[in-house]
Design a protein around this ligand. Structure first.
Ligand code: NAD
Length: 336
């Protein structure tokens, strides 16, 4: 099939081209992000392959459906950026990559926890600068601390296991209990109790209407003073304005983000020669206890191999009229 790959980076070319030796589709790599402006580029292509910050709202989907496009092959697990109801009504099929490497995201999450706690990013810069002072680098033992894991699916359950390996007490919250997490020693509690008792709160639930701004002024008030908050899931789980207020008050003691509500305008591109116009994001960068990575938690070799294989496998299954095991439909979850 003819596939238009939007937001194509060099690593997308490398891994998709490698996997395509087994699938033999006609891949065209397009650098622009999918948007109302770039969507007409997809007109001759039956498949549009999109990533997390591509726009797949109703206006874009209408442009795609007016051309040859019949399949949206997401190369991501999250599908909160797709208007599934609009896709359904336009006859567009949407597939995703449900689990490519939960370990990659879980390990990055714990990397943020360790770096923030022991200030590894600051220590690295200090030592290179000939500054061997320890002032300001004081951390705490993770052992016996309480960590709260919100969302205990594929990624959350691995975070639970790693944190149990550090001898943390783990509290969990999810709308569905995961027996593996309980077997690993996590205790399910109500969200309010998790927030009130946790030294570290880490988010691993999807962005759906029920979880939009799950962390807001009210939920932050319930948390311990000096709490560590980690979000490697989706930016809009967190109300950034409330988080900035809590950082200024010292309520949040550490903030680790791999995702940001308005990341689409920033992440995955080099803006180092430009003035960043997003004042909320630049305010976040001024705090000494904030560590931000640019949506890289998924970014391992193993994950890219599986993303490429599953994405092209979805396209092949669609072309052959086979059952689409990775299809997502509007009836599943409410997309926002
Ligand atoms: P998953 O579907 O396996 O697990 C999600 C869990 O969240 C499920 O157990 C589900 O029951 C739970 N959940 C749903 N609604 C909830 C609610 N209202 N409150 C609490 N829990 C709720 O998904 P996963 O593979 O573990 O991925 C989790 C999220 O991580 C994805 O939705 C995606 O947004 C994000 N993600 C980020 C990256 C990255 O690079 N930063 C990479 C992959 C995935």
């Amino acid at each position: 099939m003819k596939v238009a790959v939007f937001s194509a980076k060099p690593y997308d070319r490398q891994y998709l081209s490698g996997a395509n030796q087994r699938h033999a589709h006609e891949l065209t790599f397009l650098e622009p992000r999918l948007s109302v402006e770039s969507a007409p580029l997809a007109h001759p292509y039956q498949t549009v392959c999109a990533f997390v910050n591509d726009v797949l709202d109703a206006p874009v989907l209408r442009i795609l459906a007016a051309g040859a496009t019949r399949l949206i092959a997401l190369r991501s697990a999250g599908f909160n950026h797709v208007d599934l109801a609009a896709a359904d009504s336009l006859g567009l099929v949407v597939c995703r990559v449900p689990a490519y490497s939960p370990a990659a995201v879980a390990e990055h999450t714990v990397g943020l926890i360790l770096s923030l706690n022991r200030r590894l990013h600051k220590a690295f810069a200090r030592v290179r600068d000939g500054n061997f002072s320890l002032d300001g680098l004081l951390g705490f033992d993770l052992a016996d601390r309480t960590a709260g894991v919100v969302g205990t699916g594929q990624i959350g359950q691995r975070v639970v296991r790693i944190l149990r390996g550090f001898d943390c007490q783990v509290l969990a919250y999810d709308v569905v209990r995961n027996a593996e997490c309980e077997a690993a020693g996590a205790r399910y509690v109500a969200l309010d109790e998790l927030l009130a008792r946790s030294d570290i709160v880490t988010l691993h639930c999807p962005l759906v209407s029920e979880t939009h701004h799950l962390i807001n002024g009210e939920s932050l008030r319930r948390m311990k003073p000096g709490v560590m908050l980690i979000n490697t899931s989706r930016g809009a789980l967190v109300d950034t304005a409330s988080v900035i207020r809590a950082l200024k008050q010292g309520k949040i003691g550490y903030l680790g983000l791999d995702v940001y509500e308005e990341e689409a305008e920033l992440f995955f591109e080099d803006h180092s020669a430009h003035v960043i116009q997003d004042d909320v994001f630049t305010r976040l960068l001024t705090f000494p206890n904030v560590l931000i990575t640019a949506h890289q938690a998924f970014f391992t070799r193993e994950a890219l191999e599986r993303i490429a294989e599953t994405t092209l496998g979805n396209v092949t299954a669609f072309e052959r009229g086979e059952k689409l095991v990775n299809e997502v439909r509007a009836s599943g979850r409410r997309a926002i």
